[in-house]
Ligand binder design. Structure first.
Ligand code: SF4
Length: 366
């Protein structure tokens, strides 16, 4: 698949870390050893399949539940929810609809929007997220802002939009997020993109490593500034005793260090699989894990000891609240709360400080 020089889906990365564009180009497309590469590609394949089904049904105006093709039942149901949402919105605003439309801002920045709805007043950009990991919000979503830049450039000569609406539809998280912007807001964002592009193309683009920025970067695990950021900032003043002050320096860095460790482990494995020796390490066969074959459940249901082989479990409290309603008295009568252990959180956390525990700790250290 052809990718834009500045991909909207990676805007969070390249707007923060200008050097990442050049770094990603240095990493061959088939050598993405970043910590999330394998995980990411499996999810991407599933997401692509769901998007194909959704686009096909929107264009043909048919139900996902009965459309032809090899799609799992649960995918059909989630896509059907998306279709019904789009159809209802389209009808309510008498919108013209564009599906999987390539929208172009410049030779460097373009993308493909899942669904665009247009009427005299409003431009609506809908992004169908099939993932069930992180919840994605529409507000200040840089991918959506890039799409809006592209769509405005294409359509604002003809249409006089008052509002630009972003919608993220994420059915597997039961999540719909909306944000409203004006064309002026999008033009201001376009200026920020232009500034970033100048920096990216400059002789000395800056690195800006962080857990979020590096997460999906192809250079993650081989990027020196990322490693330096993860490992820097701690100096032992007192050789044998780590002081509370030093712990305060280390704790906020743990996320960065953990993420970097994951990246470097994945990168090392991929490098070794590609035939390059990592000094002091060798490639061996891993330990396989036994798992039930896909027909096991149906077969074992007929087994004489089937009752012992299957378990019936109460679902979690959050899921039960969705079914019975959160205010149901059942939850007062039939739930208990375990004693909450003290947790150490950054000072700007909204929870009240446990003064007793702080005092005890002070006593311990002093
Ligand atoms: S790994 Fe992080 S710091 Fe390095 S280029 Fe990528 S985003 Fe930038």
């Amino acid at each position: 698949m052809q990718h834009a020089y500045l991909s909207p889906s990676a805007a969070d990365r390249w707007m923060a870390c200008h050097a990442s564009v050049g770094m990603c180009k240095k990493i061959k497309a088939d050598d993405d050893g970043s910590a999330y590469a394998n995980e990411g590609s499996a999810y991407a394949n599933e997401g692509s399949k769901a998007h194909i089904l959704a686009a096909r049904c929107l264009i043909k105006h048919c139900d996902a539940t009965s459309a032809g093709g090899d799609f799992p039942d649960d995918m059909r149901e989630y896509v059907q929810q998306y279709l019904e949402y789009v159809w209802k919105l389209r009808t309510s605003g008498h919108f013209k609809m564009l599906v999987e439309r390539r929208i172009i801002y410049s030779a460097e920045l373009w993308g493909t929007a899942d669904c665009i709805l247009i009427n005299d007043e409003e431009l609506v950009i809908i992004d169908f997220k099939y993932g069930q990991g992180l919840i994605v919000e529409a507000h200040e979503n840089k991918q959506m802002l890039c799409y809006a830049m592209c769509a405005l450039r294409e359509f604002e000569q003809v249409w006089d939009f008052k509002t630009i609406r972003f919608i993220i539809f994420q059915p597997r998280r039961e999540h719909i997020s909306e944000a409203f912007y004006t064309p002026e807001d999008i033009h201001i964002f376009a200026q920020q993109v232009k500034t970033a592009l100048d920096a990216i193309k400059s002789d000395n683009p800056q690195f800006s490593p962080s857990v979020e920025t590096c997460r999906f970067c192809k250079a993650s695990g081989v990027c020196k500034p990322q490693a330096e950021k993860a490992l820097s900032g701690y100096t032992a003043e007192e050789p044998n005793l780590i002081t509370p002050e030093q712990i305060g320096i280390i704790l906020p860095k743990l996320g960065q260090i953990t993420s970097w460790i994951k990246s470097i482990k994945e990168r090392a494995l991929k490098t070794a699989i590609n035939g390059i020796r990592i000094p002091g390490f060798k490639l061996v066969e891993g330990r396989g894990r036994s798992q039930w074959a896909h027909h096991a459940e149906a077969e074992l249901e007929k087994h004489p000891r089937a009752e012992d082989l299957f378990e019936r479990k109460l679902i979690g409290i959050t899921a039960a609240k969705k079914i019975l309603g959160g205010k149901n008295e059942i939850f007062e009568q039939l739930t208990t709360k375990s004693d909450a252990a003290p947790a150490l959180v950054p000072e700007d956390d909204k929870r009240h400080e446990l003064n007793g525990v702080s005092a005890a700790l002070n006593e311990f250290y002093n």
